[in-house]
Design a protein around this ligand. Structure first.
Ligand SMILES: [Zn+2]
Length: 233
């Protein structure tokens, strides 16, 4: 049966296509951004946000400190000017000075804290930047190789699909339907060649009757063990 030979040929083409598609799927997976790179990118963004927050607090603390210092100068000038003589007013002026000194001290503490925070965030940001640069450079070569392989396999896939379509066009529809139904259930290989009297896939010998029928080629003969279509070359 000429058609069984064509089926065997189609099966080889289909297995090659399966392998091409599997490798292309692997490549697509490998081209996804690795976890380490994604995490470093995230760490860099977090360090940037942290740094911006520290700097905003720093600017605010600087303003608060400046305002408190200005007010303190005025309050001290008033207190020591000699113009305030009333004991109650003197007491109030003294209390204002004390309060403004506390405010200035608190603002200085906040400023120091924000400077330390900015220093740590700057370091974390620089560290993440270095790590990202290193990981990106390391990956560039791998990505280039994967993309080149992907492009080459993509061209092969187009050619192989065209050959597959051409061969399918020469096979009777009913036979194709049988083949298409059988192939997924047989791990991709629906047709098994005979080597002498044995099935080349499962190595089990076919009965003399099946062997004769397969060689006659007038009907589809299935391996009694693995269920594949037997093909006598
Ligand atoms: Zn078999």
């Amino acid at each position: 049966m000429q058609s069984v030979a064509q089926l065997a040929h189609l099966n080889d083409l289909d297995l090659a296509l399966d392998a091409l598609k599997a490798r292309l799927a692997e490549i697509a997976e490998a081209l996804k951004e690795p976890v380490a790179l994604r995490e470093t990118r995230r760490a860099l963004a977090a360090a940037g946000a942290e740094l911006a927050g520290c700097r905003a607090r720093q600017a605010e603390a600087e303003q608060t400190e400046q305002r408190a210092a200005d007010k303190l100068i005025q309050a001290e000038q008033r207190l020591y000017s000699g113009q305030v003589r009333n004991p109650k007013e003197l007491e109030d002026a003294e209390r204002d000075v004390q309060q403004l000194r506390r405010q200035r001290g608190q603002a200085e503490d906040a400023l120091l804290e924000s400077l330390l925070c900015a220093e740590a965030a700057t370091e974390a940001h620089a560290e993440a930047t270095r790590k990202l640069a290193r990981l990106t450079a390391e990956r560039a070569a791998a990505v280039a190789a994967l993309r080149a392989e992907q492009a080459a396999l993509g061209e092969k896939l187009v050619a192989a699909s065209a050959r597959q379509a051409a061969v399918r066009g020469t096979i009777p529809a009913q036979l194709l339907a049988t083949y298409d139904a059988l192939r997924p259930r047989k791990g991709g290989r629906a047709v098994a060649a005979l080597d002498g009297d044995s099935c080349t896939v499962c190595q089990v010998a076919a009965s003399p009757g099946k062997l004769a029928a397969a060689r006659d080629g007038n009907e589809l003969v299935y391996c009694g063990n693995c269920g594949r279509v037997l093909w006598a070359e």
